[in-house]
Design a binder for this molecule. Structure first.
Ligand SMILES: NC(=O)c1ccc[n+]([C@@H]2O[C@H](COP(=O)([O-])OP(=O)(O)OC[C@H]3O[C@@H](n4cnc5c(N)ncnc54)[C@H](OP(=O)(O)O)[C@@H]3O)[C@@H](O)[C@H]2O)c1
Length: 243
């Protein structure tokens, strides 16, 4: 039987990029995938593309910055499926240019945090009751190596070149949020981890990087972790990434 047969998965921002590939990967593993998207046409088209490949995929409207939309999505999952096995918090924005923190635009920072941080928390809170109804819920939060303080601090750090105050620190917050939720859920079967897909060629990266399917594999693996798998960590294709 497929690894994820019978499981219900929601991927936010699944109409394109890495999110679409995560949806495809989970569906290929046998899951019934809810293709979360804020744009109905893009979401319908993405789900139809997966169905054309013989996969079980359905569009679910969800704008992670809109409380009513999140509530409606949770209500629909409850009514249609009764539970949620896998939540992948993938939706995110990167809105700034390469500017030093001293010149960063606070409006852009607020908009970035609204989607990447507050949106992720709101979706997680709304979906948790459904994840608790699943036998072994899994939450995967999309992060990045750029969020790692260990890999960014100091002249010789590999990511100290990066000047994306809003985006990078929003994902550092995602790392902290991952730990907080993992700790709250330690005495449950639910595992919460963050994924670093590495640089992938998508709209967000400006088309630079490797095929998004390769980055998606990290998140798919964390979504399908067995009972003996870890919780509360940040993982990339080569294993754990330092905070
Ligand atoms: N690409 C990389 O190199 C890279 C590296 C490290 C981490 N990541 C992370 O991987 C994830 C996916 O990124 P990507 O590169 O695939 O980016 P992408 O191609 O730009 O896709 C981002 C997705 O998020 C959606 N989204 C944005 N704001 C939303 C909102 N308010 N509500 C619902 N959906 C929303 C977008 O929807 P629309 O199409 O409607 O805009 C799109 O579906 C992100 O969390 C990103 O931070 C990416």
């Amino acid at each position: 039987m497929s690894e994820a047969a019978g499981k219900v998965a929601l991927v936010t921002g699944a109409n394109k990029g890495i999110g679409f590939e995560i949806a495809r990967g989970l569906a290929k593993a046998g899951a019934a995938v809810l293709v979360g998207a804020r744009n109905a046409q893009a979401g319908e088209e993405a789900a139809a593309k997966l169905r054309d490949e013989g996969l079980d995929a359905q569009f679910l409207p969800i704008d992670v910055t809109d409380a009513a939309s999140i509530e409606a999505a949770a209500g629909r999952i409850a009514a249609d499926r009764g539970r949620l096995d896998i939540l992948v918090n993938n939706a995110a924005v990167s809105l700034e240019r390469d500017v030093p923190p001293s010149g960063a635009d606070l409006a852009i920072m607020r908009e970035t945090y609204e989607a990447n941080v507050f949106g992720l928390v709101a979706v997680t809170q709304a979906m948790l009751p459904l994840l608790r109804r699943a036998p072994a819920g899994r939450i995967v939060n999309m992060s990045t190596g750029l969020a790692s303080l260990a890999l960014s601090s100091g002249r010789d750090a590999p990511f100290s070149f990066s000047r994306l105050l809003a985006y990078n620190t929003s994902k550092t917050a995602v790392n902290g949020i991952t730990v907080q939720f993992a700790n709250e859920l330690l005495d449950t079967p639910i595992k919460v981890n963050a994924a670093n897909p590495g640089l992938c060629a998508t709209a967000l990266s400006g088309g630079k990087g490797r095929p998004p399917g390769e980055g998606a594999a990290v998140a798919v693996g964390l979504a399908l972790l067995g009972a003996d798998g870890p919780t509360g960590g940040l993982y990339g294709e080569n294993g754990q990434v330092p905070w």
